[in-house]
Design a protein around this ligand. Sequence first.
Ligand SMILES: [Zn+2]
Length: 343
Amino acid sequence: MLLKDADVVKLAVHAPYRMVDLHSGKTLLWGDKLDETTASFRGDELIFGKERFRAAGVKMISRRDGAVELNGTRYRGEISLAAEPPNRLKAVNRLNVEEYVQGVLGSEMPSYWDKEALMAQAVSIRTYVLYRKTENKDFSALHLAYQGTKNESWRLNKIVAETRGIVMFYDGRVFSAYFHSTCGGHTEDAAHVFGDKDILPLSGVGCGFCNGSKYYAWEADINKADTEKKLNKAYPGIKGISTVTPVDPGPGGHCSTVEIKYSNGDLKMGANEFRLLVGPNTIFSTAFTAQDAGNEIKFKGSGWGHGVGMCQYGAQKMAEGGYRWYQILRHYYPGVEFVQVYQ
Ligand SMILES: [Zn+2]
């Protein structure tokens, strides 16, 4: 799913197309191309530019892949719009796994990085996606940065094609191949961070390659009053914070919980929740220490992201050092095998 609960969207098609009723399969409209047109629903009537169609859902089909544009972004595969009462709509993009990996790769890793690092990234994205698909999760629930063809390039698509169908297996099956920006020295155990089942490829390893990342070690002085305001959105009543204490660090130093002491009480919350509430671009990871400094709290931490699975910055450094994509993946996900699940 691309978006839901929208009032109106803009559609365009840059090649010959047909607009088909989702339910009856009847063609409602066709042409050599479609200039940008607004689409919205009133009940089960589609208002399409100046025209109206009796249809509670439509599918845009074009023979040229990537020609359908929704709200300024082009997508591969099929785009459908469906009415959602009252007078709202959702847009769904149906595409195959390879097209999805192509769409995600350039958003998840800088497109100019070393080919072997990008190949490793493509395999870990594909493994993650296929694992999540076995859980019947919608692609949009995967928390990957998918923006249609926006971040694709000829080079990246060729890299995806070179790893076509290749995934990592552990114990005979795919697994949740997490990745993150910078681990800060040692990757983290998925069981510790997400409460996943403990498996060897996700149990955390010494990295040794990311100390050149600017997020390897970071500091942030954060105003207490601001922090209270942010925390109050989820936890009303926190006032007069004295200390924030990280507890229960995992093998990579990422704590699972923080304890917050304030004037009339104390509170425990998930470290990741704390990080997201205060700001994931301020508190870069959950591997930190925190010191009281009057009106501020001084955070010192390491790494960027949750720390589980492949450390992207480390993968790039390994690639620059001559390691191949499969060596990078075996380093960050020990014990895995590579399987091409389709040709
Ligand atoms: Zn690292």
